[in-house]
Write a protein that binds this ligand. Structure first.
Ligand code: CU
Length: 398
């Protein structure tokens, strides 16, 4: 497991209190209750694999993950890396800071990995994985394993970790709703600011690859305390389960040389708990009207892993190696995405293609053996999303 930790993604030392009009009153009340909470941590530890302990039934893989306030930049390169030119007028709608415009930087809450339960220094994400952007650490397991996540919430509102696919009981689901439980079974639903909860998830056969899958299957995790606001705050990550007997020590499949992860999401910063804080911090006067259509549009960040217009690092592959792409969509009804690779093709469920269909919270696994070297476009094929910057590149060397 590796983790993001660099100039753009270190925990924000001066987080503005979250606020905003569009998230629920319930969240608003919780946020008000924790305003002014102190924040963590600077610096990074070396990347390490998760701690694991062998048992007769598989390994216990232990991850230390915190939800941290982070100042995120959707366009850290400051130019359109797809055209190679300065941002044009269409791009400036989203990335240019100014009167009544927030620009490309937003306060967010992101999952970050740590080497131990001290939560002192986040794991450093190596350069080769910095294309992961604002995604949380990749959580991995092999069928038969147990995943244990020691989760610390440093965000100024309650958050959780809710996994897809794996087996959990009511104490480990990470989602509050009327389910007939109470007491300790609610402790996982929303971890308060400064609180810690240990989630234990089993990885039975039904969490692993099905008959049409390859040697691993793509899942996700996200915060589900105030689900929509939490996800727009940025609390999202991948979880991958490898078939029994097909995993390397780190949990990745033995028949894959490289894995690449991509989240396609129109991040609606208007619905983030930090909207008002971001206006206060980044928008010049006059203060925008929250119903102004142009202002609302300017905060719809059509991003891949939290980057727009080809900004951020590229994933780099080698010609001939076996590459597995894990894809995820997230968001709302505008989030129908069609990731398209230039230059190379993939197989999805045994069928050849170079375009995949994604809807909100859908997941896809695509295998590629690149034969074409070069820098290639990897973008959403939806017209409006192309204009809005849902474009990245990947590189094949050798
Ligand atoms: Cu799209």
């Amino acid at each position: 497991m590796t983790l993001l930790c660099d100039a753009t993604t270190s925990p924000d030392p001066d987080p503005a209190p979250p606020s905003g009009r569009r998230f629920s009153l319930r969240t608003a009340l919780r946020v008000v209750a924790v305003l002014g909470t102190a924040l963590p941590l600077a610096g990074c530890a070396a990347s390490t694999s998760p701690h694991h302990t062998a048992t007769g039934q598989g390994q216990v893989r232990v991850y230390y993950v915190a939800a941290n306030p982070v100042l995120w930049d959707y366009a850290p390169d400051g130019r359109d890396q797809i055209t190679g030119e300065p941002f044009d007028e269409a791009a400036k709608v989203f990335v240019e800071r100014g009167p009544a415009r927030i620009g490309a930087r937003y306060q967010k809450c992101l999952y970050q990995g740590y080497p131990d339960a001290s939560f002192r220094t986040p794991l450093r994400r190596p350069d080769s994985e910095r294309y992961l952007g604002f995604l949380g650490p990749v959580v991995r397991a092999e069928v038969g394993d147990t995943i244990r996540v020691v989760f610390r919430n440093n965000c100024p509102f309650p958050t959780s970790m809710h996994p897809h696919g794996v087996f959990y009981d009511k104490h480990n689901e990470g989602a509050p709703y009327s389910d007939g439980t109470g007491g300790a079974d609610k402790a996982d639903d929303g971890v308060p600011t400064g609180g810690t909860h240990t989630y234990t998830w089993q990885v039975p056969e039904r969490a692993g690859p099905g008959p049409m899958d390859g040697s691993s299957v793509t899942w996700m995790y996200h915060s589900h305390t105030d689900e929509v606001a939490d996800i727009y705050a940025g609390l999202t990550g991948f979880l991958v389960v490898t078939a029994k007997g097909k995993a390397k020590p780190d949990g990745s499949p033995v028949d894959v040389d490289r894995e690449v992860f991509a989240l396609f999401e129109v991040v609606n910063e208007n619905a983030s708990p930090f909207l008002a804080a971001n206006i206060d911090r980044f928008a010049a006067p006059p203060r925008p009207h929250l119903d102004d259509e142009d202002f609302v549009e300017s905060n719809l960040m059509h991003s891949i892993n939290g980057f727009v217009y080809g900004n951020g690092p590229m994933a780099t592959l080698r010609r001939g190696e076996r590459v597995r792409w894990h894809l995820m969509g997230m968001g709302t009804e505008v989030d129908l995405h069609t990731p398209h690779w230039h230059g190379n093709t993939v197989t999805v469920n045994g069928m050849r293609t170079d375009v995949v269909n994604l809807l909100p919270a859908s997941m896809a696994t695509a295998d590629m053996q690149p034969d074409a070297s070069g820098v290639w476009l990897f973008h959403c094929h939806v017209g409006d999303h192309i204009i809005a910057g849902m474009l990245a590149r990947y590189q094949v060397i050798g």
